[in-house]
Design a protein around this ligand. Structure first.
Ligand code: EPZ
Length: 420
């Protein structure tokens, strides 16, 4: 096991490159099952979730080679349509293999991915939508068995919630369905656009990705392609938050400014100065942040739920009161308990948390609650007085590539070390 040890109160300065997007790379890797041949995916982050997706691809019969941030997936010989429970449970978003397996093999026997630390994470929207293509689905005993009755038939799907995963699965199923599929109230996240871009390179006919209405004209089959994954918008904002709480000034390269625009209000409202370059951004923080005001998490282009935890850390040391409303997941405030142990003044009332900023947090040993909660606690350690230790790095390793190394490059006193 490893732990992270941080000596706080070091001002961050300098510049680093931001990783490729975890939430874009994962559905694109799953999509390679549908795109027969050798797919080359560049700017793929080195993460345990990506490793889990690669394990699934290999189990299904794909040949996978990785070299730094390039993953080559040869899906010529996909010879399975089931994913064992242990592989499904390694990564929550393994449900996104459903669509590609149906399109490639006509079957998909998966186990329910299960919830995680932030909520129940049901898959009812996935199931309801996929059935409309003419797929028999039986659920039970933690399993989901999907069989295409005759062939995949295009359909119109109106989502009751713009679910990212459900939109991805519908798009992936519709690529080779017969006819025109329309998704109404689709998710608009940049990762949806990136997946559609990759699929269209493979010969799909997807229009409107990134908007609330996506049209897919089914084609016979998809071929392989090369693709460069978009920058990780959540990690971009996470590094910005790390700078913000230390009164620092950093420059982040390999970013997409438009994708992080929903989070900029929190930085500007709290007194940070931001300068945009072509594929970079520079942030300069005040000595002490002002309150971030009221933050409501919403589907894109609203404030991202994945940045709610790091922004709570910013609010914890800001001057004044901040209100954070979590509208997407039902239990995504678990990091608040650990921040309170560090001296934060946070009241949680259901989906609303009220944060009274304190001058200083104090270091202690903290427990990571989930991926984004873990990053929030590391950011708290950067600005806390004294030493902060975070044990069990499995959560942060799921989504953060070189987080500790990059923070050290920016001047933080932080290290990873084994502990027994
Ligand atoms: C994706 O999860 C992201 N994960 C999440 O990032 C992100 O928080 C989420 O989208 C929202 O932006 C990946 O892309 C791998 P949803 P997903 O379906 O697809 C409910 C991170 O930290 N819902 O948009 O699972 C669900 O319970 C992760 O990187 C149903 O009720 O999110 C939630 O309340 C965490 N039924 C809401 O919709 C369903 O069938 C949003 O879920 C599906 C979802």
């Amino acid at each position: 096991m490893e732990q992270i040890v941080i000596e706080g109160k070091k001002r961050l300065e300098g510049e680093i490159c931001v990783q490729g997007s975890k939430n874009s790379a994962l559905p694109i890797l799953a999509a390679t099952v549908l795109c027969k041949g050798e797919n080359i995916i560049y700017n793929c982050p080195k993460l345990t979730d990506v490793n889990a997706a690669i394990k699934i691809l290999k189990y299904l019969g794909c040949k996978v080679k990785t070299q730094n941030n390039t993953v080559v997936v040869d899906s010529t010989n996909v010879d399975k349509y089931d994913i064992p429970e242990n592989l499904m449970h390694e990564m929550r978003s393994s449900i996104v293999f459903l669509g590609p397996l149906l399109g490639r093999t006509g079957k998909a026997y998966l186990s329910t991915p299960g919830g995680c630390e932030i909520g129940l994470r049901p898959i009812d929207l996935h199931i309801k939508s996929i059935k409309k293509f003419g797929v028999d689905i039986t659920e039970g005993y933690g399993k989901v068995k999907c069989d295409v009755k005759d062939k995949l038939n295009a359909c119109e799907i109106v989502l009751s919630f713009p679910s990212v995963g459900a939109t991805e699965n519908i798009m992936l199923t519709a690529c080779t369905a017969k006819g025109r599929t329309v998704i109404i109230n689709s998710a608009r996240e940049p990762e949806i656009e990136d997946l559609a871009l990759f699929l269209n390179k493979c010969g799909a006919k997807i229009y409107g990705a990134g908007t609330g209405k996506i049209t897919i004209d089914g084609v016979e089959k998809l071929l392989s392609a090369q693709h460069h994954v978009i920058p990780d918008r959540i990690m971009t904002s996470t590094y910005m938050a790390s700078c913000a709480v230390t009164g620092g000034k950093i420059k982040l390269n390999n970013i997409n400014y438009d994708h992080i625009s929903p989070t900029l209000s929190a930085f500007l409202h709290s007194g940070c100065k931001i300068r945009e370059y072509k594929n970079s951004i520079e942030i300069e923080a005040p000595e002490r942040l002002k309150s971030i005001g009221t933050i409501r998490t919403m589907p894109y282009p609203g404030f991202p739920t994945d940045f709610q935890a790091p922004v709570m850390t910013m609010a914890s040391v800001a001057k004044g009161t901040s209100v954070i409303i979590e509208n997407i997941f039902e239990s995504r405030f678990k990091h608040a308990c650990e921040l309170i142990r560090m001296g934060a003044d946070i009241k949680v009332e259901g989906k609303i948390s009220i944060v009274e900023g304190v001058k200083n947090l104090t270091g202690t040993t903290v427990t990571s609650t989930d991926l984004r909660g873990g990053t929030a606690l590391i950011i708290a350690g950067l600005c806390a007085k004294g030493k902060t230790v975070m044990k069990d790095l499995t959560h942060v390793d799921r989504g953060c590539e070189n987080f500790v190394e990059n923070l050290r490059i920016l001047g933080a006193t932080i290290r990873r070390e084994p502990y027994s």
